[in-house]
Design a protein around this ligand. Structure first.
Ligand SMILES: *[C@@H]1O[C@H](CO)[C@@H](O)[C@H](O)[C@H]1NC(C)=O
Ligand SMILES: *[C@@H]1O[C@H](CO)[C@@H](O)[C@H](O)[C@H]1NC(C)=O
Ligand SMILES: *[C@@H]1O[C@H](CO)[C@@H](O)[C@H](O)[C@H]1NC(C)=O
Ligand SMILES: *[C@@H]1O[C@H](CO)[C@@H](O)[C@H](O)[C@H]1NC(C)=O
Ligand SMILES: *[C@@H]1O[C@H](CO)[C@@H](O)[C@H](O)[C@H]1NC(C)=O
Length: 413
């Protein structure tokens, strides 16, 4: 059966309604008693300097923590994902580039993987999680475990065009070998990618781009093959497992930090032209006199400015180091925005308002900055991958997005 993209959109948007607080809040029978509290342990390192007692209950980075955590707990107990086995043609020498397309990455923390870590981290976490089932008849979703990043490094596949051909062949292979793809037209299938070379991966298979869920770092409303509400934004995260304490606000001596090349980005060029010499800004384009990470540690606000893509690892770098992200990246479908209220831990500036940038940031009241900082501490865990998946980490947050899109189709048994 082929289902139209419109049908998928309608179905997924009705599951998304589920999250709307006003719908669920009316129902007092919803059991939230045993649900975990909005965790504040992350803030141990930074709360001393922030007047926590002035925080009211309404200052929270979540749209609705109670609703989310209740549904999340249900996901943990019920959600199941089937992972397709490695195709026969690719079994064999584990270190050959072909096998690597499907195998979990043997060394995902290798700095060379850097920016594309999230793709590998998702697969490793999934395979180590309790969500995997060997029984396809019990699965809500089917994972196609090819790695776009590994294809990019494959001597024969590496180009955008070969990647989309490879992926189309893969889908056509699994749809003749297994019954699951045809049963839903691919609507309960997903793949993951974090490199821009994967943007067109689904372009040569209509079911893949119309129905299947794409979990991607390049989640732009302007991307031809990205469908908001169907597809899922993935945070781009530099590999790191360290859990250093944050620098408190009073040790942040710089106001606004940005480091990065201009690339082909008009937005970056404009920020540099207008603010490059302003003493409130520490902008490093090209050679940086302040090491990248020090900049995030020492500053109150860290700019993320769209480059080739709407996404870069800077957003999560800022979150990791406790620097309030200032996002100048029009049309970025932000990760987890249905759960997290980004306006409570970041500042979003329209590209058109770059001339107002300094004014926007310097007019933030001190207490508001402290609230943003405190909320940043709370959301930090959601943007972190773990060797073994942890509660509410980037893996579970992403899996939760799939959970919200579940139940569209089931194979008749
Ligand atoms: C609340 O949920 C209960 C049990 O699921 C249901 O019987 C009731 O109709 C719901 N109430 C509202 C207002 O939706
Ligand atoms: C496995 O593949 C790698 C890379 O293609 C190659 O260098 C190595 O010789 C192969 N090993 C075997 C046992 O075939
Ligand atoms: C698809 O199946 C053919 C025939 O078995 C095989 O040669 C090819 O490598 C497979 N391609 C993919 C991407 O799985
Ligand atoms: C799924 O549909 C395709 C195209 O109609 C067909 O070639 C294939 O054999 C079907 N798969 C199964 C498992 O029946
Ligand atoms: C910033 O200052 C340097 C050194 O004085 C100067 O060369 C450059 O043109 C200035 N840039 C802008 C955008 O004003």
């Amino acid at each position: 059966m082929i289902i139209s993209p419109l049908a998928v959109l309608l179905i997924t948007s009705s599951t998304i309604l589920w999250l709307r607080p006003q719908i669920l809040l009316h129902n007092s029978s919803l059991d939230v008693r045993r649900k975990p509290k909005e965790s504040r342990e992350e803030c141990g390192s930074c709360s001393d300097s922030v007047s926590l007692h002035t925080r009211t209950k309404t200052i929270t980075p979540y749209h609705n923590w109670e609703t989310f955590s209740a549904d999340y707990e249900e996901m943990l107990s019920k959600f199941r994902v089937f992972v397709y086995p490695i195709p026969d043609a690719f079994v064999g020498n584990e270190s050959s580039p072909s096998a690597r397309i499907f195998l979990p990455h043997p060394d995902p923390l290798n700095p060379k993987i850097g920016n594309y870590y999230s793709e590998h981290a998702f697969k490793l976490s999934l395979l180590r999680s309790s969500l995997v089932t060997k029984r396809p008849d019990k699965a809500h979703f089917f994972f196609m475990p090819f790695s776009i990043n590994a294809m990019r490094n494959h001597p024969l596949v590496h180009s955008e065009s070969s990647i989309s051909t490879f992926v189309a062949n893969y889908v056509s292979n699994i749809s003749s070998e297994f019954e699951f793809w045809n049963a839903s037209g691919g609507a309960d299938h997903f793949f993951v990618c974090c490199h821009s070379v994967g943007r067109e991966a689904a372009s040569k298979h209509s079911g893949l781009h119309n129905n299947a869920v794409q979990i991607t770092c390049s989640s732009s409303y302007f991307q031809r093959l990205y469908t908001p509400h169907k597809d899922i934004p993935l945070p781009q995260v530099w590999p790191r497992l360290d859990r250093q304490a944050l620098n408190p606000p009073n040790q942040r001596t710089e106001l606004i930090f940005f480091a990065g090349r201009v690339q082909n980005s008009g937005a970056r060029q404009e920020v540099i032209n207008l603010w490059g010499n302003d003493s409130s800004f520490s902008i490093f384009s090209g050679h940086s006199s302040m090491p990248y990470e020090e900049g995030f540690r020492r500053s109150r606000y860290c700019l993320h400015i769209k480059g080739y893509e709407v996404n870069t690892a800077r957003v999560v770098d800022a979150i990791h180091y406790g620097c309030v992200p200032v996002l100048i990246s029009n049309y970025y479908d932000l990760p987890f925005a249905n759960i997290l209220d980004w306006s409570k831990f970041s500042i979003i500036v329209n590209q058109q308002d770059i001339p107002l940038l300094k004014n926007v940031i310097t007019s933030v009241p001190e207490q508001t900055y402290l609230d943003l900082y405190q909320n940043l501490c709370l959301v930090r865990k959601h943007f972190r991958w773990s060797t073994v998946p942890e509660s509410y980490d980037a893996f579970h947050m992403t899996a939760y997005q799939l959970w919200l899109r579940r139940g569209v189709h089931r194979v008749a048994s």
